[in-house]
Design a protein around this ligand. Structure first.
Ligand SMILES: NC(=O)c1ccc[n+]([C@@H]2O[C@H](COP(=O)([O-])OP(=O)(O)OC[C@H]3O[C@@H](n4cnc5c(N)ncnc54)[C@H](O)[C@@H]3O)[C@@H](O)[C@H]2O)c1
Length: 255
């Protein structure tokens, strides 16, 4: 069920496909307007077009400050205000710590963490001018625990979680809420190449035994964007089938 977002204008980064596209769809389903941004121009334009008049697309690299300003300017020009930002754009890694190159580590931090930082900085004056708002930062289950093979990625997602807390305490007086969402393994173009399968039993290492689908992450995000979450800031919402809750009975006993 879509969260109530009537009259709200939300920017979703990395919204061309995967989780971001599902979030954009959920914003529109809740009655809101969405500016989808991404570096993937064709996919982004197609995703926005499929959502009709309530959606726009802008090419936007989250590492670029001028692109960020252009995104907020366009959202205000097209829809008159901005109430929400979802910092969703991100890239993944899959190397052992000792094999990760310094260059690649820096690249991942630049997109996944510096990109979120610039987004927060750019959002603050705009949201303040419109009486406040809600920022949702997409971290990861890898930002709640030490996940092997995620050196740059995991570090960036722990950073996103920390930045969320700082934003929450600094911005509460401005009526800007800042929360993080921590998806577990979810079936998207980012993860489809990892050999995971959607559906029951497809991911036995997690308590629910399956991977998530993008709509299950999107519903947590739209809840945090909505007034139903009016007293929530600085929270971290794991949406991971129980993966970060602890080891399964099977993992502990072999049964
Ligand atoms: N899928 C999962 O299992 C999972 C789990 C935990 C966290 N996440 C996080 O959720 C977010 C979305 O992931 P997804 O699975 O939908 O991946 P995805 O690869 O399908 O989508 C990510 C989008 O971000 C865009 N992007 C990448 N670099 C960018 C940049 N510099 N500027 C603007 N856009 C850029 C990509 O073009 C892509 O459209 C990411 O932050 C990811 O780390 C995903």
């Amino acid at each position: 069920m879509a969260a109530e977002l009537s009259g709200k204008v939300v920017i979703v980064t990395g919204g061309a496909r995967g989780l971001g596209a599902a979030m954009a769809e959920a914003v529109v389903a809740g009655g809101g307007k969405v500016l989808i941004t991404d570096v993937l121009e064709k996919e982004g334009a197609d995703t926005a077009a499929a959502l009709g008049e309530s959606a726009r697309f802008l090419r936007h690299d989250v590492t670029n400050e001028a692109d960020w300003q252009a995104a907020f300017d366009l959202a205000v020009a097209e829809f008159g205000r901005v109430d929400g930002l979802v910092n969703n754009a991100g890239v993944a890694t899959g190397e052992l710590l000792e094999n990760e190159s310094v260059e690649h580590f820096r690249q991942v931090i630049e997109i996944n963490l510096v990109g979120v930082f610039i987004g927060l900085r750019t959002a603050i004056p705009v949201l303040r001018a419109h009486g406040g708002g809600s920022i949702v930062n997409i971290s990861s289950a890898a930002g709640l625990t030490g996940l092997a093979l995620t050196a740059g990625y995991g570090a960036s997602k722990w950073g996103v979680r920390g930045l969320t807390k700082i934003g929450a305490v600094e911005l509460a007086e401005s009526r800007i809420r800042v929360n993080s969402v921590h998806p577990g393994m979810t079936y998207t173009p980012m993860t489809a190449g990892l050999g995971i399968q959607p559906g029951e039993g497809g991911y036995p290492g997690t308590p629910m035994g399956r991977v998530g689908v993008p709509e299950e992450i999107a519903s947590a995000v739209t809840f945090l964007l909505s007034d139903a979450a009016a007293y929530m800031t600085g929270a971290e919402l794991a949406v991971d089938g129980g993966w970060t809750a602890g080891p399964t009975v099977r993992a502990l006993t072999g049964r």
